[in-house]
Design a protein around this ligand. Structure first.
Ligand SMILES: *[C@@H]1O[C@H](CO)[C@@H](O)[C@H](O)[C@H]1NC(C)=O
Length: 185
């Protein structure tokens, strides 16, 4: 059986490879992203319905072009990861389970790294380095998977599992959008 982490690790490698060979035609930089394009973007992620719901529930996406969409999702990923990190910090002093405390501490490092990766993804994006943006977002995705693995078999707070999954799903959307941006160059 393929573990959760290696599943996402392999998936992120596949997405990086796809990035290098794909020359998508749907990307048009200064044109509003239509709902059809949102469906198209989301169909390339592991959880299309999560993606569609997230993008459609974020009001600014309605008037965004592809670059605008990229910025919105990068910000979403960063604020999501920051909130999860804050939550992890609040869990650490509350647990008396030594192994669980250690896993939360490891997760707090993974989230520090993930936030660092997302900051780099954003500066790469601003510089038009969409390949770098893709690599950094894959890094953040892997950090969420690492945190998930830290908690394997431990009575971890269920919201942490959701936080990891949310960050993975959101990072995947960044990967797809980075691919499209690269194709539109
Ligand atoms: C992360 O984003 C998802 C989707 O918008 C949301 O459901 C979730 O509550 C967010 N998590 C945190 C910790 O902000």
């Amino acid at each position: 059986m393929v573990s959760f982490k290696s599943y996402f690790f392999q998936a992120s490698i596949v997405l990086v490879l796809l990035f290098m060979i794909m020359t998508p035609s749907l990307a048009r930089l200064h044109v509003q992203v239509s709902s059809g394009e949102i469906n198209d973007i989301c169909s390339k992620t592991f959880n299309p319905s999560y993606c569609v719901e997230l993008l459609k529930s974020t009001p600014k996406t309605a008037t965004a072009d592809l670059k605008g969409l990229a910025k919105i999702i990068l910000d979403l990923a960063r604020s999501n990861a920051t909130k999860t990190l804050d939550h992890i910090h609040s869990l650490i002093p509350k647990t008396t389970d030594h192994r669980l405390k250690e896993s939360y501490q490891a997760c707090s490092e993974h989230y520090d790294n993930a936030i660092g990766d997302l900051d780099k993804a954003e500066s790469d994006f601003k510089q038009g380095d969409y390949f770098g943006m893709n690599i950094q977002a894959s890094g953040a995705l892997d950090e969420a998977g690492d945190c998930h693995d830290e908690n394997e078999g431990l009575p971890a707070d269920p919201s942490l599992r959701k936080g990891n999954q949310d960050l993975e799903y959101i990072c995947e959307i960044i990967l797809v959008v980075a691919n499209l941006l690269k194709g539109s160059n």
